[in-house]
Design a protein around this ligand. Structure first.
Ligand code: HEM
Ligand SMILES: CC(C)=CCC/C(C)=C/CC/C(C)=C/COP(=O)(O)OP(=O)(O)O
Length: 319
């Protein structure tokens, strides 16, 4: 895979720097795991585990959460190995260890595969096959379905591919119970419908980067105005889905209150993003301030909404 002549659909050379691996720092091996994204992914997985109506031994719970972290990191490293050509031409990602030449592409791949295999095997040993299989499936989905296939081929890439990042609540619940039930499926759906507004808000102001790299993200292909409408539409769907656990009495009033406040905030920010298309082509004249705000709020939204689940269960057992 390491030849400079190996071209992908983006038309860019696969190897950004064939002389890679000169002097990696330990920090590079952490960066390969996408640690900041990992924190939120792990939070949703851990809450999936703690929301389950069974007692899990603290050591087993800790190992299961570690496995979700290792899987997310391993998948992230494989993603950075595969995407090294497009990462090299995007300002946001050019300094990553592989495109910057500090870690050899093959080493990043080996590292990612090793962590992925260890995470699934350990999950199986520590918990059960349902948790291990759903963890393996989420790695497969992120690496093969999203990174290798959809990301470079369709503007719907993150809608379908976003499912990968939505699996952890199911994995966590399965680690505790060995089963997949309605509440974790609703939590999956919440992350699934949260992903488009989360990412498209960012892509509105990182759009030039994606265009340069030949990645068919929605604003590149369909323009900013269409993307603004899609952000609002998905935020409204997210509102319905996030309220469902309370409406179905799986969770109680504290969760309902948190979801209602967060949904109202997200709808307001998505509305402001829609109103920010002052130029004729739907681009912003404000430096995309509303989109930046909506992206930042998306992170707060998911963290607070998920934190409300165990709090609600503790204060209002029985929903
Ligand atoms: C296909 C789905 C997704 C895509 C394409 C996506 C894309 C991105 C991008 C491009 C960034 C900016 C990173 C940067 O500034 O370098 C970002 C940030 C972030 N994403 Fe996502 N994301 C997705 C799903 C998720 C999911 C499922 C989670 C967690 C549950 C998540 C959590 C985060 C967090 C915590 C950040 C902030 C990281 C930071 O502070 O640097 N994302 N996302
Ligand atoms: C449990 C498990 C295995 C989860 C893995 C899924 C995961 C890490 C989801 C987060 C999604 C994410 C970071 C997408 C960005 O990829 P990108 O390649 O579009 O972003 P980039 O341009 O920043 O690399």
């Amino acid at each position: 895979m390491s030849g400079a002549t190996d071209l992908l659909s983006t038309g860019l050379p696969r190897e950004a720097d064939p002389s890679a691996a000169a002097g990696s720092h330990w920090r590079d091996w952490i960066v390969l795991l996408k640690p900041r994204v990992m924190t939120l992914v792990v939070l949703t997985g851990a809450i999936g585990l703690y929301a389950a109506p069974v007692h899990v031994q603290p050591f087993v719970a800790a190992v299961a959460i570690l496995c979700i972290a290792l899987a997310t990191g391993g998948a992230g490293a494989i993603n950075m190995w595969y995407d090294r050509d497009i990462d090299a031409v995007m300002r946001r990602t050019a300094a990553r260890p592989v495109p910057a030449g500090r870690v050899a592409a093959g080493d990043a791949l080996g590292y990612g595969v090793a962590l992925s295999v260890i995470s699934v095997a350990l999950m199986w040993l520590a918990t059960n096959w349902v948790a291990a299989a759903s963890l393996a499936f989420s790695i497969f989905f992120y690496v093969v379905i999203y990174t290798m296939w959809l990301k470079r081929s369709t503007p719907q890439n993150i809608v379908i591919g976003g499912a990968a990042g939505a699996f952890p609540p199911i994995v966590g619940w399965a680690a505790a119970t060995g089963r997949i039930e309605l509440l974790p499926v609703l939590l999956f759906a919440t992350v699934f419908f949260w992903t488009p507004p989360h990412f498209w808000a960012l892509s509105l102001y990182a759009c030039k980067d994606y265009g340069r790299a030949g990645v068919p993200m929605l604003p590149v292909v369909r323009g900013a105005r269409h993307t603004r409408w899609q952000i609002l539409v998905y935020t409204l769907v997210l509102t319905a889905v996030s309220l469902a656990p309370a409406v179905l009495h799986l969770l109680g009033p504290l969760y309902l209150l948190a979801a209602a406040v967060l949904d109202a905030g997200f709808i307001l920010l998505a509305w402001r993003v829609l109103r920010d298309d002052q130029a004729a082509d739907g681009t912003s004249l404000t430096g995309d301030k509303p989109a930046r705000r909506a992206f930042r709020f998306s992170l707060l939204y998911l963290a607070v909404l998920f934190a409300a689940v165990p709090l609600d269960q503790a204060l209002f057992p029985g929903g």
